[in-house]
Design a binder for this molecule. Structure first.
Ligand SMILES: *[C@@H]1O[C@H](CO)[C@@H](O)[C@H](O)[C@H]1NC(C)=O
Ligand SMILES: *[C@@H]1O[C@H](CO)[C@@H](O)[C@H](O)[C@H]1NC(C)=O
Ligand SMILES: *[C@@H]1O[C@H](CO)[C@@H](O)[C@H](O)[C@H]1NC(C)=O
Ligand SMILES: *[C@@H]1O[C@H](CO)[C@@H](O)[C@H](O)[C@H]1NC(C)=O
Ligand SMILES: *[C@@H]1O[C@H](CO)[C@@H](O)[C@H](O)[C@H]1NC(C)=O
Ligand SMILES: *[C@@H]1O[C@H](CO)[C@@H](O)[C@H](O)[C@H]1NC(C)=O
Length: 349
């Protein structure tokens, strides 16, 4: 059965083709899809299972006579239960702006490098499908891309350094795959994630990424709001350059192998979530004084120098959850802690 479905190789490509055709048409006039494109789509369609019913109708013009999921500027085939793989044909949809094939869990196989030809793409969402193999380095050619969502697939191998060329990207999400290796950076790899100065979201959690993260991976020119690196195998110290990203709101580094002292983060006044649990961090427990935006903090299961109750416990007005299992705190919790208005959950053992 799996084999039979694999033969339906083109569904996504067809959809994309439709979209591209539509885009091209809409620029010239509001009229018909190029007959050639429509024919290509129709032929792709024949090989797919579960194409939307509207595609089977007589019209040869997906743009003029609306086909489900296809619009004049994008292919949105979210959750359509599409099965099969994406063929190289998708590369001919060069006018496509939006390609969203998310939540088609039977859509998968290797991701064709031909996607790198869709150079007008602004939004690429292949979330929650079954794509496997490596992330094609050709995706670095998508210079207009602002949203890059390949999370929750089965991708393996390294993050291609070429993704550092996606200079407009705001949302980079590769979470929940099987990626390995180091984070690419421009000094060691020619290009890398440190170049994504417009990015607000780095979601790389739940992979098998590893190795130390160099200081120059982050700097104050960045606009990151979310750095999610949790549940990987990162080691070495937490780069102190994370502490100079003024926009940072959520930092999740838990469940890795980070060692050494936690760098100063007191300038991160917008930081709301700080998760450092289940690492091998040592030295004094971080001093979170003046980090007034903090709502959720978890420092559990590290090797900090045993200490008394830190004064900042009672000085964070927005604190909602505080989790501190096995962090070596001794002494009585100040009554004032329980007077914090926002506090909902405290777990200190
Ligand atoms: C931050 O890093 C990027 C890329 O490595 C670089 O272009 C930029 O000049 C750096 N900014 C600062 C303030 O160091
Ligand atoms: C994590 O990396 C270390 C080497 O740094 C390696 O020995 C270990 O097997 C890795 N663990 C996992 C779960 O990948
Ligand atoms: C941390 O490293 C040790 C050995 O270096 C390894 O056994 C362990 O799996 C690693 N932890 C994680 C979360 O990968
Ligand atoms: C925090 O910001 C102040 C003022 O801008 C600066 O002097 C200091 O060096 C910064 N600290 C860190 C750790 O970046
Ligand atoms: C934590 O930092 C604050 C402000 O910089 C400082 O006043 C305080 O003494 C520090 N606490 C410890 C335990 O180092
Ligand atoms: C701390 O480690 C223990 C033992 O591995 C684990 O059961 C517990 O869930 C961890 N606590 C947190 C908050 O992650």
């Amino acid at each position: 059965m799996a084999k039979g479905e694999r033969e339906g190789r083109l569904p996504l490509l067809l959809l994309l083709l439709l979209v591209l055709c539509l885009l091209a048409q809409s620029r010239i006039a509001a009229a018909a899809t190029h007959p050639q494109d429509a024919a290509a789509l129709k032929s792709l369609m024949r090989k797919w299972s579960n194409v939307p019913a509207s595609w089977r109708k007589k019209s040869n013009d997906p743009c003029g006579d609306k086909w489900d999921g296809i619009e004049c500027n994008g292919a949105n085939l979210f959750g359509m239960n599409m099965k099969g793989t994406l063929s190289d044909d998708i590369g001919s949809l060069t006018e496509l702006r939006v390609l969203d094939l998310s939540s088609n869990k039977d859509l998968g196989g290797p991701l064709t490098p031909a996607i790198g030809k869709l150079i007008q793409l602004i939004n690429l969402a292949l979330i929650g499908c079954s794509f496997s193999g490596s992330v094609p380095s050709e995706l670095g050619n998508l210079a207009q891309l602002e949203f890059f969502g390949l999370n929750s697939n089965q991708f393996t191998g390294r993050i291609p350094p070429s993704l550092g060329k996606l200079s407009k990207v705001k949302w980079l999400d590769l979470a929940d795959n099987k990626l390995t290796g180091l984070l690419p950076n421009s000094r060691d790899n020619g290009a890398g994630l440190d170049q994504l100065l417009n990015a607000e979201h780095f979601h790389l959690n739940q992979n098998s990424l590893e190795g130390p993260i160099p200081e120059y991976m982050f700097n104050s020119s960045m606009h990151l709001k979310h750095i999610l690196l949790d549940r990987n195998n990162f080691s070495g110290t937490i780069p102190s350059s994370i502490g100079v990203i003024p926009t940072l709101e959520v930092l999740r580094l838990n469940n890795n192998n980070f060692t050494g002292r936690v760098p100063a983060m007191n300038n991160l006044t917008k930081l709301h979530v700080l998760m450092l649990s289940n690492n091998k961090l040592s030295g004094p427990m971080p001093n979170l004084t003046d980090m007034e935006g903090l709502g959720n903090v978890d420092l559990s299961n590290n090797s900090f120098t045993p200490s008394g109750v830190p004064s900042w416990f009672t000085e964070l007005p927005g604190l909602m959850t505080l989790t501190m299992q096995s962090v070596g705190i001794s002494g009585k919790l100040p009554q004032k802690l329980f007077g914090l208005r926002a506090l909902q959950h405290v777990n200190i053992e």
